[in-house]
Design a protein around this ligand. Structure first.
Ligand SMILES: [Zn+2]
Ligand SMILES: [Zn+2]
Length: 256
């Protein structure tokens, strides 16, 4: 059982692999077709991130974020997203007669910074459960944008819904998306990455694993074994036996 890392899955045919640890590389990958081929990486370093498991609603909204510098937050409530063909958000539609206005906050940078829960408040009891739970798959109950103040073209967007548990509302993240200049990526998770703790490839049990199987996202192979898998017909993931569509080689800067 490995820790989970974030992986950014793009709207087009690219893959971006960030790590929650900001000292690590985040790799952008071109994936040309669906043969099981190994794809090279280029490095991309987004400078803002909201930790999705930290988002809470308790009277107000709070969460933990990471940023190298000052940031701007935009909060949208009950917004419908309009997306350009290449995945970038063009705008949000909000019925402002029924729903709250967007809220903007500026905040300090830092790692592991807390956004305090007294700044953004919305009375969820006014809303129906279908509205809060994203039942129509169109109107996002809450969208949080974070962007570095010095570069507004980098935006991480977190799309949330609410779940009523007893008398409390729990925040559930629907998806996270990163936009850098003209490219948009969806953030997904990779299974089996352990930061700073090298583990062996599950095939040769010798070399450190550095390759992810797609679409299942198991991080389980070394480059050598990935090349063998790539050369086989009907190759399957050694962990879950799903057919391999492509292989993603990643580089992680280990932090001591
Ligand atoms: Zn191996
Ligand atoms: Zn697998």
């Amino acid at each position: 059982m490995g820790n989970r890392q974030n992986n950014i899955q793009p709207v087009g045919n690219e893959f971006l692999l960030p790590n929650e640890d900001f000292h690590q590389n985040r790799d952008l990958i071109q994936n040309e077709d669906h043969d099981s081929q190994l794809v090279p990486t280029a490095t991309l370093k987004p400078s803002v991130h909201i930790r999705k498991e930290s988002i809470k609603y308790d009277q107000g909204l709070s969460f933990i974020y990471d940023s190298f510098g000052e940031v701007t937050f935009n909060f949208y409530f009950f917004a419908i997203e309009s997306v350009k063909s290449f995945g970038n958000t063009e705008c949000y539609y909000i019925d402002l007669e029924r729903h709250p206005n967007p809220v903007i906050h500026e905040a300090q940078g830092g790692l592991n910074h807390e956004f305090p829960n007294h700044l953004v408040n919305i009375d969820l009891t006014q809303y129906t459960l279908p509205d809060l739970s994203f039942a129509d798959k169109k109107m996002y109950p809450l969208i949080i944008e974070i962007r570095p103040k010095e570069n507004q073209r980098i935006i991480e967007v977190t799309y949330c819904k609410f779940k009523l548990e007893g008398v409390h509302y729990k925040v559930k993240v629907i998806k996270q998306k990163l936009t850098m200049d003209d490219k948009s990526y969806e953030i997904n998770e990779i299974y089996g990455i352990r930061t700073g703790n090298e583990e062996e490839c599950v095939v040769c049990l010798t070399n450190p694993k550095d390759t992810i199987v797609l679409p299942c996202r198991h991080h389980c192979l070394c480059l050598g074994c990935a090349n063998i898998v790539r050369g086989q017909n009907n190759s399957k993931c050694p962990i879950c036996r799903i057919a391999v569509e492509s292989l993603l080689n990643i580089k992680i800067d280990r932090v001591s």
